[in-house]
Structures are given as C-alpha cells and as structure tokens.
Design a protein around this ligand. Structure first.
Ligand code: S3P
Length: 433
C-alpha cells in the first residue's frame, strides 16, 4: 500500500450530525465474491465492500481461475469457474482475513488438488483447528502449522457430514456448508446459537437449496450455483462506530441509509436501544433475502444508561463489543460484557487491547477471562492508543476520543483499511467540532 497513514490524531467533537450511506457489508461481500467466483456465469455486484479483506477473497478466487473486473466505484464483475477451480502452486494469500481463509478452505476441500493458504502475522496466530476437524471428518486432508496458518489442503471427493460447531462461528458453519454444497448426500451443521446467516441467504440467492431449522442448516449436494446481480447492503458493523459516536452526544442526529439490517446482525440496534440510544428504523425492504433499511439515531439529554451483554447477545455482537466498551465510561451506569471469550482470538486479543487502551485514557476497567466491566460516569483524557494493527480497535478508540479531553493519537490507524477505508473521512464529515 503506498504511503499508508500509520497514525491519526483525533480531536474531541461537540456533536454528531449528518446523513450517510456506507460501503457494502464485509460479511456479505465475502460471500457474494466467493460464490460468484465459484458459480456459473458473470455476477455483477454494486456497493461491494471497499475493505482489504474482501479484496483478499477476490484475489484468492482470481488466482483459482475466476475473472474479476472492477467496473466502477465499488462495483465489480465476477465471472465464476463453474464449480471447478484451477489449482495453483502459488500460496493463496488471505491477508488479514479469517473469513477468507476459513470459508475458502471449505470450498477447496472438495476440489481436486493441493492448496496452500497463508496470511499475515495476525491471521497466522488465529485458530484453524476449528476448520480442520470437520473437513477431515469429511475426508479432506489439512495440515496446519501448530494449529494455525500456513495451512495445506489436499482436496477431493468428500463424504457428507452431520456436524455440531463447538463454538458459535459463522465462518466455520460456512466452511462446512461450502464443502457440503459439492458433496453427495446431506451435510448438516448444528449450532447452539444461530450465527449470522448471510451464507444461507447468499447460497439460496445463487440458486442452491438449503433446509433450515432454528438450530441447524442442511445442504444436499452436489448442487451448482448461478450468477446473480446484487447490491450489497451497507455494513452495520461499520455503522456501529458512528451510532456509538452519536450515542456520546445528547442532541446528536445521525441518519444512515441503505443499511444492512439482517436480524442476525441487527441486535446491535437492540443493544444500543437498551443502553439508551433512541433509534428508529424506516423504509425496510428485502434485497436477495437480506433486509435493508434506514436508521435514524439520537442520544437523549440524560445520555446513555447502563447495559449488560452476555450469552447469545455477546456472540451476535462480537465485532461490535470493542466500540460498545469504548463508549461505556461516558454512560451513567457503564457496561458489563461476559461470554465473549472469542474476542481473544480475533485480529488481536480484543479484550486485552480494549482494557489497555481504556486505561491509557484514564478509565477504570476490570478485565475478565470472557469479558470486561467498564463503570460509567467517568471522564477520559486523550492518550496514545495501541491499535495492535486491529481495524476495530483503531476505530473504536477513535470514537472514544471524541468525548475525551485533549487529543488522542491512534497508532496503526491505517488498519481501518481492512474493513472500512472511508472511516476517518466519514467521521470527520459527521463530527461537529
Ligand atoms: C464473520 C463471522 C465472525 C465475525 C467476523 C465475520 C463472518 O467470526 O467475527 O468478523 O463473516 O462470517 P467467527 O465466525 O469466527 O465468529
């Protein structure tokens, strides 16, 4: 990347006001990109994620024989391989993206050939045993490096599997479904908590048949996929940063249009409402089975109250927990987060870094193995933030900085490019100073 912005200085703001439309959802873009590249025909996507993670997915699929053409701002045309990838002796570079590595592994496990997948330093620390187990149970061979990437897959015809995921993970569920798509017989994934269901919706949009119950999804293979045209809904996990910023300022008024509101993701709105933010949802419509709508948010005069996030909610809000914790000191009653152990194996140990950076800003916070307690009624000061090159930590503390006294320096701010390159420009656009 040329001339990366390594550091960002964030000045306090007076208010958050404005109206935005956000780039496409990262989870949906990964799936549309991957399925389009595997399908028969040419798919056209608009508002495709601008993040580096989804570019990693497209680059890997291109290396496997798909054709990818950028046709405009955030628009991409993907011509698929019609169900058969071309093996490459070059390693497939998944960059920082766990979604790319885990989901593409399922696709490749059922393909004839040997594939090596690599990632950056952060991705090379993340657990991959969780995909090795089910894929080997189906008959593929996976070699990991001490439980991590680099990983090598020897793929070929598989046998169908009935699998219960040990930790809730949409990536692992998708991995098994993509192997099942190509495998004779019915492959079923059971999950104790329903994780985001973009794969199920996308597979159906591309023409696959799936059976769903409350706690399972089954796919009878083999099935082929057919190209689609789709507009990707705005990313609600990116919106979380701006909604949390709006939550910091009584009198704020933020409107976000064309936002993805899939119920397996939109519990963010329930959590923020429980915390005290006033939210209305308008113009709901369905696009390729994904809900899209307009969200309007404003903070009440008395500010935020208090909230607890645990159990199923913690799993559903896993990507939003750092920013919810980062705004909590400014609330009246604080936040209690539990059952979020998975945060420790994301792009960084997000519990440890959230605690460290809150303390750097002068906040009192208590760390637990599976979460943290952040009391309310605190005043924070500007500080130097260690983002650990983790996009969500960099953005979460840029939001916390808006109500601190003095300026905050975000180290590794360029990591925002992983999911949301436009973040700092849009934050400047809505922050009144
Ligand atoms: C994602 C699933 C979640 C989430 C990640 C995106 C997806 O990860 O944290 O940012 O697109 O399926 P897990 O599957 O590891 O829970």
């Amino acid at each position: 990347m040329s001339n990366p912005v390594q550091e960002r200085l964030i000045r306090p703001a007076q208010n958050i006001v404005g109206s935005l439309r956000l780039p496409g959802d990262k989870s949906i873009s990964h799936r549309y990109g991957m399925l389009g590249a595997f399908a028969e025909g040419t798919s056209r996507f608009t508002n495709f994620s601008t993040g580096a993670d989804c570019a990693s997915t497209l680059a890997c699929m291109q290396a496997l024989g798909a054709k990818v053409v950028k046709t405009g701002d955030n628009a991409v045309e993907v011509t698929g391989v019609g169900g058969h990838v071309t093996p490459t002796s070059q390693p497939l570079d998944c960059g920082n993206s766990g979604s790319t590595m885990r989901m593409i592994s399922g696709l490749l496990a059922a393909q004839q050939g040997t594939f090596t997948l690599i990632g950056d330093a952060s991705l090379s620390r993340r657990p991959m045993e969780r995909i090795r187990k089910p894929l080997e149970a189906m008959g593929a061979q996976l070699t990991l490096t001490e439980g991590h990437a680099p990983l090598t897959i020897v793929g070929g015809p598989l046998t169908a599997l009935d699998y219960t995921t040990p930790v809730p993970s949409a990536q692992v569920k998708t991995c098994v479904l993509l192997a099942g798509l190509q495998t004779r017989g019915t492959t079923t994934v059971h999950e104790a908590l329903r994780t985001r269901d973009h794969s199920e919706l996308a597979l159906r949009a591309f023409g696959a048949r799936l059976e769903r119950t409350k706690t399972s999804v089954s796919i009878a293979g083999p099935q082929s996929l057919h190209a689609i045209d789709a507009a990707v809904p705005g990313d609600i996990s990116s919106a979380a940063f701006f909604l949390c910023a709006a939550a910091l300022f009584p009198g704020s008024n933020l409107v976000i249009d064309a936002l993805g509101l899939n119920p397996t993701r939109a519990s963010l709105l329930d959590a923020l409402t429980a915390f005290g933010l006033k939210i209305s949802v308008l113009n709901l419509e369905e696009k390729n089975a994904e809900l899209v709508g307009m969200v309007q948010a404003s903070a009440p005069a008395e500010g935020l109250g208090s909230t607890t996030i645990s159990g199923a909610l913690a799993a559903q809000l896993i990507d939003e927990l750092p920013v919810l914790a980062a705004i909590a000191p400014y609330s009246r009653g604080g936040i209690r987060i539990r059952d979020a152990r998975e945060l420790r194996v994301k792009e960084s140990d997000r519990i440890a870094l959230t605690v460290k950076n809150l303390r750097a800003m002068g906040a009192e916070v208590e760390e637990f193995e599976d979460g943290l307690d952040v009391p309310g009624g605190q005043t924070l000061h500007g500080a130097t933030i260690d983002s650990g090159s983790d996009h969500r930590i960099a953005m979460a503390f840029s939001v916390a900085a808006l109500r601190a006294s003095g300026e905050t320096l975000i180290q590794g701010a360029d990591s925002a490019n992983i999911s949301f390159p436009e973040f700092f420009d849009l934050l400047d656009q809505i922050a009144e100073r």
